[in-house]
Design a protein around this ligand. Sequence first.
Ligand code: S3P
Ligand code: PEP
Length: 418
Amino acid sequence: MAGPTIKLSHPVKSLSGNVPLTGSKSESNRALIIQALSGGNVTIENLSAAADTVTLQRALAASTAADGKIETVIDIGPAGTAMRFLTAYLSINGGQATLTGSERMKQRPIGILVDALNTLGAHIQYAGATGYPPLAIDGAFKQETAHVRIKGNVSSQYLSALLLIASALPQGLELQIEGELTSRPYLTMTLDMLAEAGIQHQWNGDRITIAPQATKPCRLTVEPDWSAASYWYAMVALAEDANLFLPNLKKNSLQGDAAIKDIMVHFGVASTFEDGGLRIQKTTSVHQAEETLFDFTECPDLAQTVIVCAAVQRRNLSFTGLHTLKIKETDRIAALQNELGKFGVKLVEVGKVYHLVTEGLFRPQHLTIETYEDHRMAMAFAPLALLFDGVQINEPDVVEKSYPDFWKHLKQHGFILS
Ligand SMILES: O=C(O)C1=C[C@@H](OP(=O)(O)O)[C@@H](O)[C@H](O)C1
Ligand SMILES: C=C(OP(=O)(O)O)C(=O)O
């Protein structure tokens, strides 16, 4: 869907039918690294169509083709996991590479991971500002130690990156997590997917140990993306009437964002697992009184979906666990504050807690949402077309990062796009 802006409306206000979501980009990007290190042992089913996954797949192909003989420049654009996972992968694959990304990527910190890898025996230098991409990576790894300490509260992606390459290190890895661990389900997803490929680990207290070992032949099947599902939960919550089926979502998911099904009970959405997928329906029973504080430490990618939905439902809720949002695709706190302000809602920071103040909520004649190069800004605000007339989303192509069919799916479900 090209074009600098898109106008959205939904005259019917009711939703029904199937939404076939693409595969999880988090699971896909782990599967690709596991496959690349497996020596041909691993096949992948239902790989995500997300641009971040396509980018990682191409980068892995380019670095394998180069085979250490020529210097490769790899540009991963805005893909955070691709940046972090490739930093680890390229540091042991024998070649020489410059790993770079979008202007925003050059502002997203990576020093914690680079320090950890260099401690282990990697040769990574900064090609620009210290602590940030671009990186000059010499993949001639010579292990100096198996033990490394790493801060857990900045990004779990640094830890996942190390764990994904751990079994390929001559001495393995003993990872000691310092302080709080943020985005924990993404770490357990990494370990669970490694286990599916036969890589065992021990996790005792703050230490995770992985010995050198080979992957076993296996097929990794990627579940659809629960973060993408969250936008459909928001649409169900805001529609007058809704009954949607999301094929292949599972009760026992590896994705922490499956938490959306419990969160959305508080916004009037009921979830039922059926054969072959998940049904979500609008209900009249909204558990409003029970929960006033929502913690996103384990599911930061759901924050925008839930906060926007709460804002227009006039719910003065409070939120914690938003500390990583400032270093994602954009400063998501500032982006939310700007855009919520366009219809009179405030998101007020008081220490570590954010409070929604919805008393000023008004129905705008016309609402233009800026997306700040962040797919989740576009997808979190799009459901507002079920409530407000004349919603316009600028730079709608940002959705390609994780959910390229988002606008097509909206069209198939009664939204009018122009
Ligand atoms: O490992 C992953 O696949 C991800 C981990 C999370 O990042 P942080 O660990 O930086 O919070 C999440 O926000 C991101 O979209 C995907
Ligand atoms: C934070 C995200 O992605 P990444 O860190 O991989 O760029 C996201 O998809 O919301």
